[in-house]
Write a protein that binds this ligand. Structure first.
Ligand code: NDP
Ligand code: KPL
Length: 312
């Protein structure tokens, strides 16, 4: 099994590190700031796992290793540029973030043939500052969906489909599944990412703008906005060959809002803490993709403007 190299000491990166530690997967973390790297993880059953010391700088990685980049899209370009000189042997690179645009950045910098995987996760993690330094808390059990951007054949999502991708990528997926299970292979990962995009495009800006928990976006006062976002999303996705049905998109959004009802979305939390939001990679991505095809998306455009106008 290859070693797992984790960029950054953020919430999700530290969760993957702690779970790797627990499950005996060899790993290293490369935070931007060693002082804010979590030293310990708290699991939901009250147990804790101490993390090994992080590495101060990148190293050249062998092809059999895996570099996972669980950062915000707006942080990705700088991180990839920093790692580029260390990727000469073409280890598998895994992008994991909310929103879209990471693939375009990675293709630009790594080239179209680079062994790349895209992932989205529903695990929850929170980085907290304590009297003994930073810790990470596992806040929600979830799953990770992963796939290669170039594989898009209509075959069943199964181990048989997984065998159609390069052994290097299959081995990277197995490593990640051992580190933080379950990791589910998707032979149409772009559809899975757009599905997640549709959920984030509705829940995140509405919760941030109205200062509400996820469950409240289901209220009738937000119906018109929800439906407009879902309709615009579906038109844009369709223009790129992704087949969605606006009613099902809306139903899925409501079901995620219910399932995560007590949560404050990540965008709500970013706004509350005065951090940059991921609006450009979410509704902003829908607007950019729509503009390229000449599709009007007034609701998404307005949401981008309104979230950007929020006082940080
Ligand atoms: N947290 C969660 O529960 C979930 C998060 N996600 C998504 O996953 C992605 C990551 O989220 P999350 O972990 O919460 O975010 P965090 O902000 O906690 O993590 C990102 C980390 O990356 C670090 N970083 C940025 N640039 C570099 C760099 N060049 N080199 C090294 N480290 C760098 C940041 O450092 P610094 O602190 O110095 O800025 C930060 O610690 C986001 O897209 C998020 O939406 C998805 C599902 C759940
Ligand atoms: C699914 C949802 C909306 C859960 O809060 C999320 O991904 C986020 O907050 O970014």
């Amino acid at each position: 099994m290859g070693k797992l190299h984790i960029v950054g000491g953020g919430a999700i990166g530290s969760l993957i590190a702690a779970s790797s530690q627990k499950n005996g997967v060899p790993y290293d973390c490369y935070p931007r700031d060693m002082k804010t790297m979590p030293s310990c993880a708290h699991w939901q059953n009250g147990q804790t796992t101490a993390l090994k010391p992080a590495k101060p700088s990148p190293i050249v990685l062998p092809k059999s290793d895996v570099l996972i980049i669980p950062l915000k899209v707006y942080q990705l370009k700088a991180a990839l540029l920093q790692w580029l000189p260390y990727l000469t042997q073409q280890p598998t690179v895994v992008l994991l973030h909310n929103g879209m645009g990471g693939l375009e950045i990675a293709r630009d910098l790594l080239g179209g043939d680079y062994p790349l995987l895209l992932a989205t996760t529903s695990h929850g993690a929170l980085k907290v500052s304590t009297s003994s330094g930073f810790h990470v808390k596992y806040t929600g059990v979830g799953a990770t969906q992963i796939g290669a951007p170039n594989v898009n054949k209509p075959s069943p999502q199964s181990l048989a489909a997984l065998s159609q991708i390069a052994p290097q990528l299959a081995s990277a997926i197995a490593t990640l599944d051992k580190a933080l299970p379950p990791v589910q292979y998707q032979n149409n990962i772009l559809k899975a990412l757009w599905t997640k995009l549709s959920v984030n495009a509705v829940i995140n800006p509405l919760t941030a703008l109205h200062n509400i928990q996820n469950k409240h976006i289901a209220k009738p006062e937000f119906e018109q906005s929800r439906i407009s976002i879902c309709n615009e999303f579906t038109q844009v996705a369709d223009a790129y060959g992704l087949d969605f049905d606006a009613l099902s998109v809306h139903e899925n959004v409501l079901s995620v809002a219910k399932a995560t009802g007590e949560n404050y979305s990540s965008m709500h939390q970013d706004v509350a803490h005065g951090r940059q939001t991921e609006i450009d990679a979410i509704n902003g991505y829908i607007v950019d993709m729509a503009t390229k095809k000449g599709i009007p998306v007034p609701e998404n455009t307005l949401l981008v403007e309104r979230v950007k106008a929020l006082k940080l």
